[in-house]
Design a protein around this ligand. Sequence first.
Ligand SMILES: [Zn+2]
Length: 445
Amino acid sequence: MHRNDDYYWDKVRETRPAEQRQSLIFQRLKAQLDYVYEEIPFYRQLYQAHGVEPRQIDSLDSFSRRIPVVTKAMLRQSQRDHPPFGNYLGVDFKEVVRIQGTSGTTGEPTLFAISAQDWDEISEAQAMQCWAAGLRPDDIVQIVFPLSLYVGGWGLLGATEKIGAKVLPMAGGNTERQIMLMQQVGSTVICGTPSFCLHILEKARQMGVDLAAGPLRLGFFGGEPGAGIAGVKQRLESGFGIKAIDFGNVAELHPCSNMECEQRTGMHVYQDIDYTEVVDPSDPNISLGYNRKGAVVYTHLWRKSQPMIRYFPGDETIITDEPCPCGRSYPRMPNGIIGRLDDMLIIRGVKFYPSDIEEILRSISWLGTEFRIVIEQKGALQEVTVEVELERAVAPADHQSLVEQKLQANLGLRVSVIAKQPGTFPRTAFKARRVIDRRTGNQDE
Ligand SMILES: [Zn+2]
């Protein structure tokens, strides 16, 4: 419920001193550990196998050191062994009101079952986050996320309803119609993946429509790391005439797991909704604390249906507790989610994420919105070719070598660049797939 004033959704909660919050978190954590151990076979078996019981956990520190993590592979296995929801549902199936799933288009999706009470609390939590980002009751919120098994768009819909703003549920696709309705209705907020929203901007330009001159003022971007990348954020902000808010989407956890506030200083980590740790990726029982890069681990403090206790999605980040100008005492991820450890590329000893290449390309104004990263094995060497699109058919002379030099200087790796005409690559209404790995054993494209 919205309390206090116009600036905060819940001022006492959002500005609570860190130590006070830590002790509340620990109380909730104890209750949650007792619940999963008593009621959920998946967790009891896991903890018994690791020789740990909830009563042995006497601090947040011992929680990190002793409680094992849960991975996506473990959840998949549990759903295979105990179809359809695994042996970690927790609640009676009668209480379930939503069934969502992973957004992958191939293979069996992991299923999420959410109880009525949990869905209500999720919407409430996300209303608090969206309020901090500036969403208000008189906004018209155009959702261009798919409204499908993918939970991200539904989370924003729940938050919009809690706040009492107006939702325009366009869902993904049909770019021209998105632009038409946006103008006709006067949308003030857009929510979608950065790739699809960049495509909307590109289409609007072709139609001769300047969306920045319209009533749009705010955008929520998730499903991909995009809006956490400076160059992408800048393109979205200037193209739509908005403040671009980056949010994280870990479907096992919440539709929007972390979200930036209006100040856009990196996603706030709402520690009293999901307790969040940064750990050593090779040993998740070693906590790294603030200001050190590592793997993120999340714990649901409230959820009863399919609760995640120390869930390890394989994402890399840094969390800092340096104050944010907004006055909220929640820590932040100043660089957002840096990358998925599974997506990390190691070429000739250089480690980087596809988003590192995106960041460099986005800083070059005469490049278009799409690109591809092609990795090939040539003899003993692994080669990277970046295929870029030009913004217009005309580009600076030497444009390929200009991009090559910039990539090499920033990545510390020699890559070749091939420039293509505008509109060469297919556009997506959801998440872009930009890495084409042609090395042996990586025939996924
Ligand atoms: Zn803030």
